[in-house]
Write a protein that binds this ligand. Sequence first.
Ligand code: GLN
Length: 446
Amino acid sequence: AFRALPDPAAHVFETSQGDPLGALLTRATPGDIATAALSAEGPLAGLPIGIKDNLCTRDLPTTAASRILEGYRSPFDATVVERLRAAGALIVAKTNLDEFAMGSTGQHSAFKPTLHPLSPTHSPGGSSSGSAAAVAAGWLPAALGSDTGGSLRQPAATCGLVGFKPTYGRVSRHGLIAFASSLDHIGWLTRSVADAALLFDVLAGPDPRDPSALRDAPLRASAQPTPRIPALRLGLLPALIEDTPIHPAISRAFSALIEGLRSAGATLPDLSPAHLELAGPAYTAISSAEAASNLARYEGLRFGQRASGPSGAPSTVEALATHSRSALLGAEVQRRLLLGHSLLSGQTTLAHAQNARAHIRKNLDEALTHVDALLTPTTPDTAPRRDAPDDPEHHRDRFTLPANLAGLPAISLPLGHDADGLPFGLQLIGRRGHDAHLLAIARALE
Ligand code: GLN
C-alpha cells in the first residue's frame, strides 16, 4: 500500500522545487496543505495527490492547459476530488496536460511542455503528461488523469508506471472538463497495482450527478484474492499486433512474457475479434465530433476568456466569439474542432464510425467471454522525442483506443526498458464491469 510520508507537504515541495519537468500547473501552498493534513482522516489520510488540470477543484484554478480557461476557478470539486478529500487525501497540485487532453505527448499545453523525468529530450507521453512525470519523478505517490484514447495508459507505459482506466461509468465524470464524453474516463497513475486498487475502492461507485455513472455498487478491488498464474486465461490479439511496426525491445519482452506465462501453466489463446483495424478512424471521427460539440461553449461570452481585439472591438457577437476562439485555443485543438464540425455537418462518415464502434464493442465483449482479459503491449514504441512529428492518425494509440471505444476497463503495467533505459508497458483489457477482477489479474502479473 501507499508508503506513509513523514511530512507530505514538505516532501512534495522539496522534491519538485522549481518544477524542472514542467509537470505542475499550480500547487497548493504549504500552509494550506498543512492545514488540510491536520484534519485528514480516512483510508488515504495524509496522502499527497496530483490532479490533472482538466478536473475541477474549488481551491485551485482549473485550466485544461488552455488560455481560454486561464484563471478559471470552479465553484465545485469534481466528484473524484470530493471523494479523495473525504478519504483524507491532500490535493497538492494540478498537473500539466495537452490542451483539453488532446494529444499524446504533453507538448500541446498552452503554458509549458512536459519533460520525461529520465530524459529531457523526450516526452513523458500524454495527455496526462504532468501526472505521469510527477509520479515517475517521485514527487507524488499517485495522480489522477483522464483517458479518452489512452491518455493514462500510454504515459504510464512510457514512464514505467501503473495506469488504470476503469469501465465506462464506473467512476463519475462529474467535474471533468469534457473532451469526448462517450470516450472520456477518469483514472489514475500509481507505482503499484495495489495502490491503483486502493484508489479504485475510494473513487468508484454511483453518482447521481453523472447520468452515465453505473448504478450498482462496485466490488472492492483491494479485497480480491490474487489469482494463481495457472488459473489465468489471457487472450492474445495477433492480427492487431502483427499489423503494427513495434520497437524490437517491446516485441522481445512481450514474447518472453507470453512464453513465461505459458510455461507457468497459463492459457493464452490467439483471438481475432473483427474490425479492430477500424479503431483509429472511428476514434478520430467520434472524438473530434464530440469535441466540437463539447467545446462549443467556450466562446468568450458565457464561458471562457474573451480575447482583446487587435483593432477595436469585433462588430458582431459571432465575430467576437470567432476572435476569442482563434486567439485563445491552440492549433491542435482548432484542427480537431474544424474536423469535428465538418463531420457533424455531413452524416455518413460519423454514422460509419458509430457503426464500426458498435462492432468493436460487441466483438471485444464476445472475445472476453473466452478469456479473463486481453493482453497487448501498451504502445508500439517507447517515449517519443519532444521534437517528433505529431501523430494525427493515432498510430501510437493503436493498442489503447479499442478499450475506450468499447468502454472496457484496461490497465498498463511496467514491462521493460529499451537500451537507453526508456520504459515500456504491458496492457490488460478486462471484462466490462469486472474492474476489481482485472486489478487482481494485474497484481498476479506485476
Ligand atoms: N492521444 C489521443 C488523442 O490525441 C488520446 C488522448 C486522450 O486519451 N485524452 O486524442
